[in-house]
Structures are given as C-alpha cells and as structure tokens.
Design a protein. Structure first.
Length: 367
C-alpha cells in the first residue's frame, strides 16, 4: 500500500475556496519535464483555460527546466490550446535537465522567474521534475505547484497518475496481438514493460491479458516456480505461454539489468534487457521456443486514453485553482474519485511501489 500523505481535507479546501475570492490577473508559467506522457496536453489546456477564466495569462516554458535556465518561452492562450486534448506528447517539449547539477543554473531559474514577471509556475512532471520544484519551494520560496505525471504510477500521495492508464492499454493491445502469433507457433512470449522500480504497468497489464506469469521489481524472480507454472499449463493443453516482466525485475541476489552504464542528470541508468534473459532461461529450462518483446517507448507514445484525458483535465483545473488560491509548495493528487493536494515535498520523498494486494490477486492465476 502506498504511503499516506498529509494533505488538505477535500471538504475544507472546497469550503475555503468558496469563502474567499480567487486572485485574478495572474501571470502563470507552465512546464513539462522528464519523459513524455499521454495526457500532458490535456493538463496544459485545462490550466490555460482556468487561468484565463480568472483574467490571467499563461506562458509556456519550453523543454522543461532548460527553458527556465535559458528563458525559452512561448505564449499560451485558450484559443491556441483548445484542441490539443487528444494529442500525445507535449506541445511544450521536454528534457531531463536538472538545474541543481550546476548552482549557476538554479540562480538563472530564479532570475528568469523574475525577468518573465511570473506570479507562479506549474511544474508538470515525475519525481525528478517535482523534486527540483520541491527544492525551489523549500530553499527559495519559489511559487510552484506540481502536477504528477508518469506512466509508471510511482509517485506518492496520489492513487494514480495520468498516463498510466494509456500505457496499460497499449501493453494490453500489444499482448493481445502477440497472443495469436504465440499460439500459432506454440511459443512462449516474454513481454518486457516499462515501470522502472515499480511494477504497476506489468501487474495491471498482466491481469488484463491473462498472462501466465507476472514478474515485478517488488518480488525477486522465482525462476523455478515460473517454469513450473508454464510447464503445468502446457501439460493441461495450453500450447503457448505469456510472461509479463517489468524492466526493473531482478533475479535473486542480482542487480537490475541496464542497457548501458550511462546515467542522466538525475543519476538514473537506462533499464532494460531482463526480458531477453528470462526468455533465454525459459527456453533452456523447458525446451520450448521462446521469444522476447520489449515495448519500450511505444508505451508512452500516441494519444491518451479517455480516462487520462479526463484525469489530466481535472488535475490541470485543480492545479490552476491552487495557484489562484496561492496554495504554493503543493502537488495535485487523486484520492479515490476526488482531486485534492498534498505538500510537494511529501510527494517526492518516497517511491510508490506496487500495492502488492494487486499482485497477490493476480497470483490466483499462476499457481
């Protein structure tokens, strides 16, 4: 179960918003950082509309934190953003720039905020982008509000992030297609998903596709049991198999598999390759022809699902309202069906790994 975060009671927040008028005429900047994600443009559209409804203006910061370091901006209007809700990616571009890698860049971010005459910044991103926003708020009282964005669904304080639903749908469609070719050739297919160190995508897509086995980062891989289940399926007449493995899954006493030793500005390596290892092990152990498929960036490309368009819109509206109410240093969050908020420092304090109740439910199907 993900950690409980201290947030503002939804009812009390709504009451306080009704009791005092929101600020008008604000100049609000938006930026998107980190990996692209379906639903980003829905957030942008909703923020711009809500700010304009309060007689404010919006500025788009291009390419994440790099845009504030270098003052790369574009104007944003409700007219220009009205039809972007179904578009994938982000119209603002993105990067993995970390201004804290260079102290001079932090000062340039603060100076750009002043030069552009901004009243607030809405940072739309994952744990890396929002960790920078949290530091800028804590150390410099920069007026920031965060919106959680990641297909991995690994940000604390929110039940789900936009982009996750689309990614699960993409994996599900891909596996549905792979099923027919696996069945035709009597093969076992191992599908590697994204998710980094959290197994949300692998678990949800594994359940949705009736996978024979699911491998997640939260639980070390039990090769013996996996092969036992696959062999049992074959003996029962199922002449093919499907295994879903998260890119961060690990064999016992082993490190995660990486594509290279290179690291990005936030110290992350590129995960990937565990699918090929699992396929090789299965083929050698059981003697059945086995293939591995790595979906990689397909999972975060293309138009967002209807759910992510709605969630992105709701989060964008509430992010703008937090700005207009001057509730800075916060992050929008989904709790049940309600959109609320939590302190941004709490949201980035701890990785939200898979709620294992989902995995234990899935295990009913691979015994």
């Amino acid at each position: 179960m993900f950690q409980e975060c201290v947030g503002v009671n939804v009812f009390m927040m709504q009451q306080s918003s009704l009791e005092r008028p929101r600020k008008t005429g604000m100049r609000v900047a938006l930026m998107t950082g980190g990996g692209d994600c379906p639903g980003l443009n829905a957030v942008i559209r909703a923020v711009v509309r809500t700010v304009e409804n309060s007689e404010g203006t919006c500025v788009g910061i291009l390419e994440g934190w790099r845009g504030l370091v270098e003052e790369i901006t574009i104007p944003l209007t409700a007219h220009d953003t009205d039809e972007i809700i179904g578009r994938g990616g982000t119209i603002l571009g993105s990067s993995r720039t970390n201004p804290y890698r260079n102290p001079d860049h932090v000062e340039r971010v603060i100076q750009s905020f002043k030069t552009l005459e901004l009243d607030a910044l809405i940072a739309i991103g994952g744990d890396d982008t929002l960790s920078v926003a949290a530091r800028l708020w804590e150390e410099h009282q920069l007026a920031v509000v965060g919106v959680p964005k990641t297909i991995d669904n690994d940000l604390s304080c929110t039940d789900f992030t936009f982009g996750f639903d689309t990614a699960v749908n993409i994996v599900t469609e891909a596996v549905d297609r792979l099923r027919t070719t696996a069945e035709s050739h009597r093969r076992i297919v191992v599908v590697e998903t994204m998710g980094r160190h959290a197994g949300w995508i692998a678990c949800f897509s594994g359940i949705a596709t009736a996978a024979d086995y699911i491998l997640i980062p939260e639980i070390p891989i039990d090769v013996d049991h996996m092969c036992e289940v696959l062999e049992k399926r074959r003996s029962q007449g199922k002449l093919y198999g499907l295994v879903i493995v998260s890119e961060g899954a690990k064999l016992p006493d082993a490190e995660v598999i990486t594509q290279s030793a290179a690291i990005d500005d936030f110290g992350h390596v590129k995960l990937g390759g565990i699918g090929e290892i699992i396929a090789d092990v299965v083929e050698k152990r059981l003697g059945y022809e086995t293939r591995s498929v790595t979906l990689r960036h397909l999972q975060r490309g293309g138009p967002p699902s209807a759910y992510d368009r709605v969630l992105g819109t709701r989060m964008g509206i509430h992010a703008a309202r937090l700005v207009l109410d001057e509730h800075f240093g916060t992050m929008v969050a989904l709790r049940g069906n309600q959109v609320t908020h939590s302190p941004i420092v709490e949201a980035v304090a701890e990785l939200k790994t898979l709620d294992l109740s989902y995995y234990f439910e899935a295990k009913e199907f691979f015994r």
